[in-house]
Design a protein around this ligand. Structure first.
Ligand code: COS
Length: 394
């Protein structure tokens, strides 16, 4: 049984505790039957459908367009990712990408765009994706090269390549960031919703990773979308991408936290049940030291994740610093916790198919995607320097 005492922290309301209990019970009963490791696409489609049917995906979009509330409740998103991540990485993935794939629409879309693109995603009847990264622009977003130009008939023509796109290959709609040229660099980008069935849109390659999930490289060749598919104003694309990432980076930390909690539980179980030198492993002080480090890392990560989520939910316009700290710490900590759990398991820890072996593979990408750990350090340092400069001049 997972430790749920963190839900008594002052960050949460009764509705969060009720949501966590309902989702946890649902996931324990439903998730294992939906996953087939030989059919990752099918597993994700089934998970999205079931999460939608059960009503959980309404937290990934905004009301009155199929969402639970008029703004995204970041604590609920984090609780969902932590809870699902504790059960299975693909369950977390299926939930999370519905939110990331529509986050820019929820935050910057017009009423008409929200009405067109959110309800099906919130019901689990359509799959969403966020297409920012390119072969030569992952961490350096301002360098992206995909272009979008008016065609003179009220439409926009988009050409370029996107890669490492989660749900690439199974998504029905993508938020695509492209250079529109209002200014050089970060100020010359815009965001568009591109439906997967637009002519010229192809999934050129599917990418396999150590923890498989739907992932693809997209090619856009003169893909034409109406001007009405542009999110926000021309030139606002960079800001839209960053604001979306501000919300979802803390949720990546939450997923890592779910993995870490699962690894800690496995470690505690193994340390209590495995006997060595005539006593449980847990009697050895080196094991106790490992368990202490793991428990400390889990709580510290949880504090940073839910601090970021709570701050956003209180109406903070930006949580750039808090979200970067949450993602950086929670993902790095989860890697340490899982590694220690593998060590406590000995040979069984590296045996294919054991829970900790799976977690060892699942965690790795979280230190890279949605801003690698190194990028989070850049972001945190800039925020600290800006705050220092603002203080110094006041
Ligand atoms: N929210 C709103 N606006 C933001 C913002 C945020 N979180 N972060 C930056 N901006 C604004 C800035 O205020 C600035 O506006 P002005 O031009 O009006 O001053 C503008 O955007 C440009 O910001 P900045 O100068 O910081 O841009 P950089 O190109 O230097 O950004 C980093 C560099 C590393 C911060 C950025 O490229 C980044 O976060 N990269 C990682 C992206 C990522 O996560 N990739 C993974 C792919 S998604 S799976």
């Amino acid at each position: 049984m997972a430790d749920k005492s963190f839900l008594d922290w002052p960050f949460f309301e009764e509705r969060h505790r009720a949501f966590a209990a309902e989702l946890d019970g649902w996931a324990a009963k439903t998730v294992p039957g939906l996953i087939d490791h030989h059919d990752v696409d099918g597993s994700c489609r089934r998970l999205v459908g079931a999460l939608g049917e059960a009503g959980f995906l309404k937290h990934t979009v905004v009301a009155p367009h199929g969402g639970a509330a008029e703004t995204l409740d970041v604590r609920t998103l984090c609780i969902a990712r932590e809870t699902l991540g504790r059960h299975h990485a693909l369950a977390d993935f299926a939930f999370a990408m519905q939110g990331l794939g529509t986050g820019s629409i929820s935050l910057y879309g017009s009423d008409d765009q929200k009405a067109r693109f959110l309800p099906k995603v919130g019901a689990g009847a359509a799959i969403a994706a966020f297409a920012l990264t390119e072969p030569a622009a992952g961490s350096d977003v301002a360098a992206l090269a995909t272009t979008a130009e008016p065609d003179g008939n009220g439409n926009i023509r988009i050409s370029g390549e996107k890669t490492w796109i989660s749900n690439g290959g199974i998504a029905d709609q993508y938020v695509v960031f492209a250079r529109t040229g209002e200014a050089p660099g970060a100020r010359g980008l815009s965001a568009f919703v591109v439906e997967a069935d637009r002519p010229g849109f192809t999934v050129a390659e599917r990418l396999d990773t150590i923890a498989p999930h739907p992932l693809g490289r997209l090619v856009l060749e003169d893909v034409t979308v109406p001007e009405a598919n542009r999110l926000g104003k021309p030139g606002e694309g960079f800001k839209i991408a960053m604001a979306t990432l501000d919300v979802f980076r803390s949720t990546v930390g939450a997923a890592a936290l779910g993995f870490a909690r699962a690894a800690l539980e496995e470690g505690l179980n193994r340390a209590s049940s495995r006997h060595l030198f005539g006593a449980p492993l847990a009697d050895l002080q080196l094991t106790q030291a490992a368990l202490a480090d793991m428990a400390l890392d889990v709580d510290a990560a949880a504090l940073l994740v839910y601090r970021a989520a709570w701050t956003k939910d209180q109406g903070a316009p930006r949580i750039t610093r808090e979200a970067a700290m949450a993602k950086l710490y929670a993902t790095e900590a989860a890697q340490r916790v899982i590694d220690k759990s593998v060590q406590i398991h000995g040979g069984d820890g590296v045996r294919c198919g054991t829970r900790v072996e799976e977690l060892y593979r699942d965690i790795r990408a979280l230190r890279i995607y949605e801003g690698a750990s190194e990028v989070q350090k850049i972001v945190i340092a800039r925020q600290a320097l800006q705050a220092f400069a603002a203080d110094a001049f006041n």
